[in-house]
Design a protein around this ligand. Structure first.
Ligand code: ADP
Ligand code: MG
Length: 312
């Protein structure tokens, strides 16, 4: 993964981040490589403390990286900081905002920061789309948590970024807002915006994302199309050593596939959702296969981890 893909929405190479120094130094990212395709809905999944926000905040220019390179919409963050910044809008995890700004004022300030010309500003339109018209002139401190979250999304959109990043947008958000937020985000995606979201809910990533990268302890431990990732999670392999060599793969229950290995073992792959080892062993017994030994192929660390995230 050393060759940079210039046509990726985001391309990250060898990204490291060390917070602090000396004995209290914390290596939050340990050399992350990541390519996020344009037009995708990309999930960064991982438990608390994995390093998701650190990646996002580096993309947003809010945290300085220790090492590595970041390209946003083809622009290197160090060589073309202005273009790189203009291509991305970030909805931060923290709900921090100036309590004395009204949503309208906050939007105008943000538009100013991104040098959006007055005639190109769409403050009212964006606020309306996020259901904040009634609150456009209210102080931010009078907004509910959900409204603040929506205002953060609105602010991230003022400069029409090609890439919208949402960092744990639904943590502590009620079901209804969650749904309307996702509807809106998917609409933006259909209109061409690349979406990156972080979450520690696999279900959420599963429902929304085309691709998912799993982050743990500052490293990418899986990065795949959502369907492939789920397929891998569900698959299990039973290794059977027959007492006498098999000439062919015996009949197996529906949903299981067998393969004779060079060492004479029979590897049976099956979906945990549909079958279990007991069913397969009974089927083999019914076929007259005598077993010398059985083992299951250990799921790899990634799977164990993803399982933990799902069930934990
Ligand atoms: P996530 O968003 O996946 O929960 P973070 O990126 O927030 O993870 O944190 C990754 C690691 O870096 C954690 O161990 C966290 O404690 C540490 N960390 C994050 N921000 C800081 C900071 N400003 N100073 C020191 N350590 C930090
Ligand atoms: Mg975070």
């Amino acid at each position: 993964m050393t060759d940079v893909k210039p046509d990726a929405a985001i391309s990250v190479r060898g990204l490291r981040k060390i917070y602090g120094s000396g004995p209290s130094a914390k290596e939050a990212l340990k050399g992350v490589d990541l390519d996020i395709p344009r037009g995708s809905v990309f999930g960064l999944l991982g438990p608390n403390g994995a390093g998701k926000s650190t990646i996002i905040n580096i993309l947003a220019g809010l945290v300085n990286k220790t090492e590595g390179s970041v390209r946003i919409w083809g622009f290197d963050q160090d060589e073309n900081p202005r273009q790189a910044r203009a291509a991305i809008g970030v909805v931060p995890q923290e709900l921090n905002m100036d309590p004395f700004f009204t949503p309208r004022a906050a939007m105008e300030v943000q538009a100013g920061l991104y040098a959006v010309p007055k005639r190109e500003r769409r403050t009212d339109e964006i606020l309306a789309r996020l259901g904040l018209t009634d609150k456009a002139d209210a102080y931010a401190r009078s907004l509910s948590g959900g409204m603040k979250r929506r205002l953060l999304v609105a602010k991230a959109l003022v400069h029409r970024p090609a890439v919208l990043v949402l960092d744990e947008p639904t943590a502590g958000v009620d079901i209804e807002l969650r749904r309307s937020l996702w509807d809106y985000v998917m609409e933006l995606n259909k209109a061409g915006t690349t979406i990156i979201l972080t979450t520690h809910y696999l279900e959420e990533a599963e429902a929304l994302c085309d691709r998912i990268a799993v982050i743990n302890h500052g490293e990418v431990i899986a990065n795949d199309e959502t369907s492939a990732l789920l397929h891998r999670l569900d698959g299990k392999t039973l290794i059977v050593t027959p007492a006498t060599p098999l000439a062919a793969v015996p009949a197996l229950p529906e949903g299981a596939t067998g393969e004779l290995r060079a060492d004479g073992a029979l590897a049976v792959s099956y979906s945990r959702a549909r079958l279990n080892a007991g069913t397969i062993l009974s089927a083999l017994a019914a076929e007259g296969v005598q077993l010398l030994d059985i083992a299951t192929e250990e799921p790899d660390l990634e799977e164990v981890f993803v399982d933990l995230v799902r069930h934990g």
